[in-house]
Design a protein. Structure first.
Ligand code: SF4
Length: 293
């Protein structure tokens, strides 16, 4: 395999579709979430700076006008601040039009960095972090082995935002199954309200073979929610969102039954109406055949 070939599975947020995807780590340093299989077969590691630099040099020869970069893989903010600074400096040097660098982050990655370190990274164009809150309910988070409480994730998001790094927060519909759907929606809305993120998205749980959650499902210990229940959960979540400022909210991921989008708080009523139309007419929903593979 070429040294300049991305190793393992590449994932990136939908909004980073046009970005230069630069691998700086292999896999995810946590790699324990019960619903996630992305990096099951990738041993976590830090990519050597020389290889990262080689990719940057190669990309700059082909397209020196790159404006956005996304640092892969699963939680690249786990790198030391020194290493991240070195990468950000190298990017800035090679791409004169560089505007923003994005990264996946978990709560621990953010909380272990000082406010000064985060400010330094921001000054070097680290402009957005993507964090999987998944749920604001601690019982669900613990069951899913997320590795952080809702309170820690709220603290992390606020800390990054205090350093002027925009945060994009992801909630996973269906994660509490039918039994905890109500609490999942309400607690997730409470956590998001405390975060006040600039961006928010809701995805829908897809059960994938190879995950521990899939095994629970096969044993009858976890239920997949039907489309109506998922939409009701989404409605309850959205109804209880009271974010301050402007928050772009989307459910446009391929996993979702009903794509909606708008800016909170202004578009909340319109988006609730779209959900109500979906609840009244199931022909408006995307198919559910891929919910458990
Ligand atoms: S932190 Fe993200 S990438 Fe890592 S195991 Fe959990 S969901 Fe997967």
């Amino acid at each position: 395999m070429s040294e300049r070939q991305h190793q393992g599975i590449v994932i990136r947020p939908p909004s980073e579709a046009g970005s230069f995807l630069l691998q700086v780590t292999y896999g995810c340093s946590h790699n324990r979430c019960a619903f996630c299989i992305t990096y099951n077969y990738t041993k976590f590691g830090v990519r050597k700076f020389e290889k990262v630099k080689g990719d940057i040099e190669l990309a700059s020869r082909y397209n020196p006008s790159i404006r956005r970069v996304f640092l892969c893989d699963g939680d690249a903010l786990c790198l030391s601040t020194d290493e991240l600074e070195r990468i950000l400096d190298c990017l800035d040097e090679h791409f004169p039009a560089l505007e923003r660098v994005g990264i996946y982050a978990n709560a621990r990655d953010i909380l272990t960095k000082s406010p000064e370190e985060l400010a330094t990274l921001r000054s070097k164009k680290l402009g957005i972090g993507y964090i999987g809150l998944e749920s604001g309910n601690d019982e669900i988070l613990e069951g899913m082995r997320k590795g952080a409480t809702a309170r820690e994730m709220v603290q992390a998001v606020r800390k990054a935002q205090d350093a002027f790094i925009d945060m994009s927060v992801i909630v996973l519909l269906g994660l509490g199954s039918n039994a905890m759907s109500h609490q999942h929606a309400l607690d997730s809305a409470t956590a998001v309200n405390q975060m006040n993120p600039r961006y928010l998205s809701a995805l829908t749980l897809m059960l994938l073979p190879g995950t521990s959650l899939y095994q629970k499902y096969r044993k009858g210990e976890f239920e997949i929610m039907n489309p109506t229940s998922i939409l009701e959960e989404l409605r309850l979540f959205l109804e209880n969102l009271e974010v301050e400022g402007e928050c772009t909210f989307r459910t446009n991921h391929a996993s979702n039954y009903l794509p909606i989008g708008g800016t909170l708080p202004g578009d909340k009523e319109r988006m609730l109406e779209v959900i109500d139309r979906g609840l009244a007419d199931s022909s408006l929903l995307r198919p559910e055949s891929f919910r458990a593979l």
